[in-house]
Design a protein around this ligand. Structure first.
Ligand code: S6P
Ligand code: ZN
Length: 189
C-alpha cells in the first residue's frame, strides 16, 4: 500500500476520504433511556445524532484504522446525544480518542462491571485500554469532534451494548451535566 494523507476539518469533523456513516435517532431507539422521547423525536424530524468517517483500510493486524466522529449537540429526554458505543470484537484491542472541538464525556465499561468516565475537551487524548467498551457523549452546545485510532484487527461488537447498555448514563438535569451511576459505591465484582 502506498502512503496517503487525509485532510480534516477540526470544527466540523469532515474528512477528505473514507467511508461516512450517519446515525439518526431512529437508528438508536433502543439506546436512549427515555424510549418515549426517542420514538417522538424519530417520528418528528428524526435528527442526526452523529456521523463518523473511517478510512477504508484492510481490517487486519498491522494496519492502523483511524477516523473522525462528530456528535451533534442535543438531548433525547434528559440524555445527551451520544454514540451507540461498542466493545471491540477482538477484546484485547485498545483505542485512542483525540478531542479536537467541543465538550464530551467518554463513558467506558468492562465486562466485569468496572466503569470509568473521562472528560473530553479540545487537546485531550483519551486512552481506551483493551477490554473496555466505549461511548462518547456530547455535553456541550456545539458539535463534539474527535479523531479515533485503533488496530486494524479490532473489529466491532455492537450487540453486547445493544443488549445490556452501559451502566452509566450522561444526562442534563436543570442545565447541569450529571453522570448517572446506578452503583456509585462500586459493583463489588
Ligand atoms: C471505532 C471508534 C470510533 C466509533 C465512532 C462511532 O472503534 O470507536 O470511530 O466507531 O465514534 O461510534 P460507534 O459506537 O457507533 O461505532
Ligand atoms: Zn472503538
Amino acid at each position: 500500500m502506498h502512503p496517503f494523507r487525509s485532510d480534516i476539518d477540526f470544527q466540523s469533523g469532515a474528512m477528505s476520504r473514507g467511508v461516512l456513516r450517519t446515525r439518526r435517532v431512529s437508528d438508536m431507539l433502543d439506546y436512549f433511556a427515555d424510549k418515549g422521547a426517542a420514538r417522538e423525536a424519530a417520528e418528528d424530524r428524526d435528527p442526526l445524532v452523529y456521523q463518523y468517517t473511517t478510512i477504508d483500510l484492510p481490517e487486519e493486524s498491522g494496519h492502523v484504522l483511524h477516523g473522525m466522529t462528530t456528535i451533534y449537540p442535543g438531548l433525547v429526554g434528559r440524555e445527551y446525544y451520544m454514540t451507540k458505543g461498542h466493545y471491540h470484537r477482538e477484546r484485547a484491542a485498545g483505542e485512542v480518542y483525540l478531542c479536537l472541538s467541543g465538550l464530551g464525556k467518554l463513558v467506558m465499561e468492562r465486562e466485569d462491571g468496572e466503569t470509568a468516565v473521562l472528560d473530553m475537551e479540545p487537546g485531550t487524548a483519551c486512552y481506551v485500554p483493551p477490554y473496555w467498551a466505549h461511548r462518547a457523549c456530547n455535553v456541550g452546545e456545539k458539535p463534539l469532534v474527535f479523531f479515533a485510532s485503533f488496530p486494524g484487527h479490532a473489529g466491532h461488537d455492537y450487540g453486547t451494548v445493544e443488549q445490556y447498555g452501559f451502566a452509566n448514563r450522561v444526562e442534563n438535569h436543570g442545565g447541569k451535566t450529571v453522570v448517572i451511576d446506578p452503583m456509585p459505591e462500586g459493583r463489588g465484582l
